[in-house]
Design a protein around this ligand. Sequence first.
Ligand SMILES: [Zn+2]
Length: 499
Amino acid sequence: MNLQEAIAALQRLDELSCAYGHAMSTLSVDGETAAPKQSWRGRGSTMAFLAGEMYRGMSRPENREAIAVILQQRDACEHAVVRRAEEFRDRLEEMLLFTAEEYAAYEELVNESQAIWHDAKQRGDYASFAPWLEKLIEHERLFARRKDPSRDPYDVLLDVYEKGACQAKLDPFFDLLREKLTPVIRAVADRPAPRTDFLRRSYPIAQQRVFSDRLMALMGIDRERCAIAETEHPFTDGANKWDVRITTHYYEHDVASSMYSVIHEGGHALYELGVADEWQFTCLGTGSTMGIHESQSRFYENLIGRSEPFCRVAFGILRELFPEQTADVTEEEFYRGVNLAVPSLIRTEADELTYPMHILVRYEMEKRMIAGDVTVAELPALWAELYRKYLGVTVPNDREGILQDSHWSGGAFGYFPSYALGSAYGVQMLEAMERETDVWGAVARGDLSPVTRWLGEHIHQYGRLKTPEELLRSAQVDPFLPEKYVAYLTDKFSALYGL
Ligand SMILES: [Zn+2]
């Protein structure tokens, strides 16, 4: 096979992988949103069939040969072609750890596990999910063992979501967060809490849907290319830049919950919407890593969404849509209210300061699960113990405990650290952005376009072409310095609480 033939084969491989990926992600989004509850039974076999066909199509010997030819002659190729070949080399290496039958069976397992988890969460019934969780953990351990038996299995999994991530790097990061933030969390607890009563008033869901539309408009999200739906657990799915889906969950008596879910998922959506046309329908047409993806969502959610200038603008919209509920509230009270820092049970609703502790709990849980140090039956008790240890709260039930997140039911073990890494990356991106742009002047005017433009130019457009290190370097962001994240949180909450 010559180089031209190899590049043509790579093109066909991208087409095949994108088409199957598109079909399967659309089925999965449909399953989470519009499809009736029992639909998972039929979807499981369809997903397994498609996964098996994708496996057979992708793993054909000529594809592997094409990748080898391109990588041997990398100097004669465009950088993007090399990156695509590397990406498929890694994907095929992971795929071929399993037979086509095993690969398809896993797809079916995940589909079923998600349905079982969904039901178990609603009923707060961990026992009904436990056997599925056990199978998923077993699969992860098997994957890690087959991929690299010489490495610690959890390190192998961390690397899937953030290339290069491992416990030797993450342990000091989480130690730093725990050591530096715990005293701040304690000091905040001794100060009077801001008022939040108005956030718990009745906000009819039909009107909250209008609020979501207004927030998406404020963020500059193109609704012709991005739809919103409602699910148990908010998420974003981007098939390509012309079809991005976000979801949220409404609570009548908690208007901030959906507000910040929409802004968070909107941040993911802007990333997917902003990947350059030339990477669409290739394996580079999505985010660089999950850490970088979460840096974008958490950037909008917190650095922008929970800033004083943004809160003033958002409160203006809220007051217009809910005049009665907000009649006795000031902009200042709204800003302080949505920044209430208090140890709590639910990660997705946690404030910025205590949020890293929620991730720490999951990191510790995953370490022990994957090491096999704890049985599946013991996990809820371990969850409760770690929430007591790191957040000082008592977990009243599994619905608000171990069943709250969808990640494990979807087979995502090793994903959670991406949220903490992303939050830290975001603080450093903001610093670079502030050097080039009047961020806060624009946000105060309700104009987020300079923010999205900066992120679009330095992060979004590249998709998966660049690694996190390359993105940070080319955007003139310092190498990863988590001390800056700690300093940002300490300064912000010292000012809010008068420490
Ligand atoms: Zn996210």
